[in-house]
Write a protein that binds this ligand. Sequence first.
Ligand code: PGA
Length: 257
Amino acid sequence: MPTPLLIANWKMNLLPDQAQHLLKSVTAESVDLPVVFASPFPYLPLLSPLIKDKAHIFLGAQDLSAYKVGAYTGEVSGQMLRALGVKFVLVGHSERREYHREQAELLAQKIIRAWENELTPVLCVGENLQIREQGTHLAYIREQIAEVLAFISKLSVEQASQSPLVLAYEPIWAIGTGRTASPEMVQEVHSHIRQALRELWRGSMPSILYGGSVKPENATDLFAMQDVDGALVGGASLQIESMQALIQKFVKAFAKS
Ligand code: PGA
């Protein structure tokens, strides 16, 4: 069974004291399921002391370099993230794909750098509105996954099948727009992703998270879908009240599984 997972993606928001206050407030009550905070890089050392006694709260990063070390101005390596206590890292978020032109080969390299540093990569996929309206989204998403996995096997990574992987389905038209995909739409894509992974991935079945305007009001219905293992949350993770409510709904939905 894939592990349930809730990831807060803070993106480029919050100032240091706000980030610390938010993390402290939303983790005041203990949880038995993994909750990850994907923070801006500079806050990682400020946040790690706040979670050191919390077994199920993890630090995440929003990106990592495709390179190991050296003259790459502005980049942050997997090794650095590991040294700061990071356990999860987003790879190929649609905002990185769009604004930084990230493509499959680079994403494969980033995933490998993550594995080398014992980080769990969270590979993000999802279609834009045009593809959704054309009705070709299922084939498109399968191809997004297949391309990255093909580069990984081309780079002949020994450890690939033993390494952890998480998938996040985030339809671009639902990110930050307030427009959520309906639970049925999400289930359709997630079961398709599950099938694609059965065919393309030899390791244990990755968790498949949904992202795109997840909020306390729609979380329970999304979590009830058979192939939804959790969520990747942007906007609603920035407010204490909504993040607390999301954590409660997440724990309630997955506690017994
Ligand atoms: P949103 O962002 O929850 O604000 O739509 C989700 C994401 O981009 O990860």
